[in-house]
Design a binder for this molecule. Structure first.
Ligand code: FES
Length: 116
């Protein structure tokens, strides 16, 4: 099955070390931009008690939840520390010419990525 990509805006629409939210059938998705212009997307819901990760502090390739300071790895969705937990992670890509960010919901639905 082919992965379906959705255009969600330009790289420059998100400040470095910031985030924006998009709505989806799976709820709000937080799209993060790191200082190195990497883009990650996760559920906008902390695995601890549901804090809005899009309002957290982005550092390296992680975000610190604004409610109780849990650190979530953006590439995997895993929460660091003994409590564990994980948020759903969505695939993203950025067109190198247009700088348009695209998001895929395929991982959230449990559909494996097709070989290209
Ligand atoms: S809700 Fe995120 S650390 Fe508690």
């Amino acid at each position: 099955m082919t992965r379906e990509w959705h255009r969600i805006g330009l790289l420059t629409d998100i400040p470095r070390r910031g985030a924006r939210c998009v709505t989806s059938p799976f709820g709000r998705i937080a799209v993060f931009r790191t200082a190195d212009d990497e883009i990650f997307a996760t559920e906008d819901r902390c695995p601890h008690r549901g804090g809005p990760l899009s309002q957290g502090i982005v550092h390296d390739a992680s975000v610190t939840c604004p409610l109780h300071n849990a650190v979530i790895e953006l590439a995997t969705g895993f929460m660091q520390g003994p409590e564990g937990g994980r948020v759903r992670v969505f695939a993203t890509r950025v067109d190198p010419l247009t700088r348009v960010i695209e998001l895929s919901l395929a991982e959230a639905a449990g559909v494996p990525e097709a070989a290209e």
